[in-house]
Design a protein around this ligand. Structure first.
Ligand code: ZN
Length: 309
C-alpha cells in the first residue's frame, strides 16, 4: 500500500517509536521528511547542501537530528513542520577530504547509540558509480572532547545496509557493488568490527536487483531492498537461505524499516530518479513509501543517536 506522495530518491527510513512517525530522506531534493502514519501527514524540510543521505533523531533531544549532508555529518534542528527555504545544519564531522566528489550514502545507529555512515564515489552518469572510492565510518563523542571519527572499511563501491543482531555480536553490511550481504563480528564496547565474511550472495541465489538498504526482524532474519529488482527479499543470513520475496510496483527499491504501533509493518522507500517517462507511466508510485502488512514478523524501532556534542 502506498502511504506517501512520491519523492525523487527516497532512502534511509527510520521509525521513531515515540512519535509514531517514519523519517526518511530524499537524496536528490536534499530534504528530510516525516510521515505521521496515524494521520498520513507528510512534512519536509530542505537542507542547504548538495545531497542529504540519512537522518536520525538525537537521543533525548526532541527536534534535533544528525543528518548526512554531502560529506558532512551535521546537526540539524527541525520542528517537524513544513519549512519554507532551506535549513542550515551545523557540521559536526566530515570524511573523505581527499575525495571531494564522494558523498555519504546509508547510515544507521548501532545498539549503543554510536552513529555509522558510509560513503560512495561520484556518479558521472545515473547508474554508474566510480568504484572503490567509498569507506565506512563511525562517529562518537570522545571522552577527551571532540568527535572520534573511525574508518572501518575502505575500497567500498556503495556503502549500504547496516544492521546489528539483538545479541550485539554481529553486524551485517552491504557494499552494493559486491552483490552480497556480509557478516562481521561486532564489539559493542569498542565499536570495532572484524572477520568480514559473505552471509548471502545475490548472484549465487539468482536474485534480481542489487542489495541496497536492509533491516532485521526479531527472529534474526534480514529484509533486503533490491534496487532494480522491484522487490524486497527476506533471508536467513545464518543459513545463507532465501526465505521469500515481496514484489513491489516500483523497480528501484532502496531501503526498508519496520514500524507501526506493533512494529509489524514493513515500510519500504523507493526511487523515481532517472526513470524514463515510459517507466514512470508504468510505475506511477515510484518514489513513494510503501507499507507492507500481514508479514507475521516484528522488527525493532529505529535507534536514535547519542549526541556528538
Ligand atoms: Zn541505499
Amino acid at each position: 500500500m502506498v502511504v506517501s506522495s512520491p519523492v525523487l530518491l527516497g532512502e534511509g527510513p527510520h521509525w521513531d517509536d515515540v512519535e509514531q512517525a517514519l523519517y526518511f530522506v530524499d537524496i536528490k531534493s536534499h530534504s528530510i521528511n516525516r510521515l505521521k502514519v496515524s494521520t498520513g501527514e507528510q512534512t519536509q524540510a530542505v537542507i542547504d547542501g548538495t545531497s542529504v543521505d540519512f537522518v536520525v533523531p538525537i537521543w533525548q533531544k526532541p527536534g534535533l537530528f544528525l543528518v548526512a549532508v554531502g560529506l558532512n555529518v551535521s546537526e540539524v534542528e527541525w520542528s517537524g513542520e513544513d519549512i519554507e527555504g532551506p535549513l542550515f545544519g551545523k557540521p559536526m564531522a566530515s570524511v573523505d577530504s581527499d575525495k571531494p566528489d564522494n558523498r555519504f550514502n546509508d547510515g544507521k545507529v548501532d545498539p549503543s547509540g554510536r552513529l555509522w555512515g558510509g560513503t560512495m564515489g561520484p556518479e558521472p552518469e545515473v547508474g554508474h558509480v566510480v568504484p572503490r572510492q567509498g569507506s565506512l565510518y563511525s562517529f562518537e563523542s570522545s571522552p577527551k572532547g571532540g568527535i572520534n571519527v573511525k574508518m572501518h572499511l575502505t575500497g567500498v563501491d556503495i556503502s549500504n545496509g547496516l544492521v546489528w543482531t539483538s545479541d550485539n555480536s554481529t553486524m551485517y553490511y552491504i557494499d552494493t557493488g559486491t552483490d552480497r550481504v556480509d557478516a562481521l563480528d561486532f564489539d559493542i564496547v569498542t565499536g570495532e568490527i572484524s572477520n568480514r565474511r559473505p552471509a548471502f550472495d545475490f548472484t549465487g541465489h539468482n536474485v534480481t536487483g542489487h542489495p541496497d538498504g536492509m533491516t532485521i526482524d526479531t527472529d534474526g532474519n534480514l529484509w533486503v531492498a533490491c534496487f532494480g529488482g522491484s522487490q524486497v527479499i527476506y533471508v536467513d543470513p545464518r543459513e545463507d537461505e532465501l526465505l521469500g520475496r515481496i514484489i513491489l510496483p516500483a523497480e528501484r527499491v532502496t531501503s526498508v524499516a519496520f514500524g507501526g504501533r506493533n512494529l509489524d509493518v514493513l515500510y519500504v522507500t523507493t526511487s523515481r530518479f532517472g526513470l524514463t517517462p515510459e517507466q514512470l507511466a508504468e510505475q506511477p508510485n515510484a518514489g513513494s513509501v510503501f507499507a507492507v502488512t500481514g508479514l507475521g514478523v516484528k522488527g525493532l524501532p529505529g535507534q536514535s543517536a547519542i549526541s556528538l556534542t
